[in-house]
Design a protein around this ligand. Sequence first.
Ligand SMILES: *Cc1c(COP(=O)(O)O)cnc(C)c1O
Length: 238
Amino acid sequence: MDLAANLATIQAKIRAAAERAGRDPAEVTLVAVTKGQPPEVVAAAAALGLRIFGENRVQEAKAKIPLCPSSLRWHMIGHLQTNKCRDAVELFEMIHSVDSLRLALELNKRAEQAARRMPILIEVNVSGESTKFGYKPEVLLRELKEINALPRLEIQGLMTMAPWTPEPEKVRPVFKKLRELKSECEQLLGAPLPHLSMGMSNDFEVAIEEGATIVRIGTALFGPRAVSKPAGTQASTD
Ligand SMILES: *Cc1c(COP(=O)(O)O)cnc(C)c1O
């Protein structure tokens, strides 16, 4: 695995995709997804200038982050259980995966206890796949104002995971729909939402063409993940 070469390739593709869409490449933030990767890999990525890292399990992040360079910023990108919210507000600068009012209420409470504001994205299940987490669009539109009223949470935009496909062009409608849903949310709230977190290793170029401001990339940077759970994590419930 040549991390420097992978990063250069990804950055070139981000630039090209942004330019194809008439966008400034600086509008697109790369979150390096290090789930299943050890602290040494995080340190190597940090040495190449990467600063924002994504994890999808609180338990793994809690074990790993103290072993990584301290200047890094961590984003929670995976499904979050309410019993992990207290740790999540300590560990992460942003949570991409708020997918219910119940979770938002618990995060708000824990952020209050930690005396901080928590930037969040709301995860939407655009494709309607039953295996995916995320709000149904129509439920989000019903509950958005209630989430927005929570004083410790700061809604910064929407997040989605597209279905896996060998032909990324096929999931373009998913990204387009998330962008349109963001506009609807902005109208409801009467305020702009800066972020669309969409696009992974397989489909980030199409996502950028459709307006992604955050792409979450793991395997294209670091290679395949080990299948089993890494040492230092529990085989449990987050
Ligand atoms: C694992 C993961 C990613 C990165 O996936 P790759 O295909 O390895 O780039 C992005 N987003 C979420 C929510 C993930 O769980």
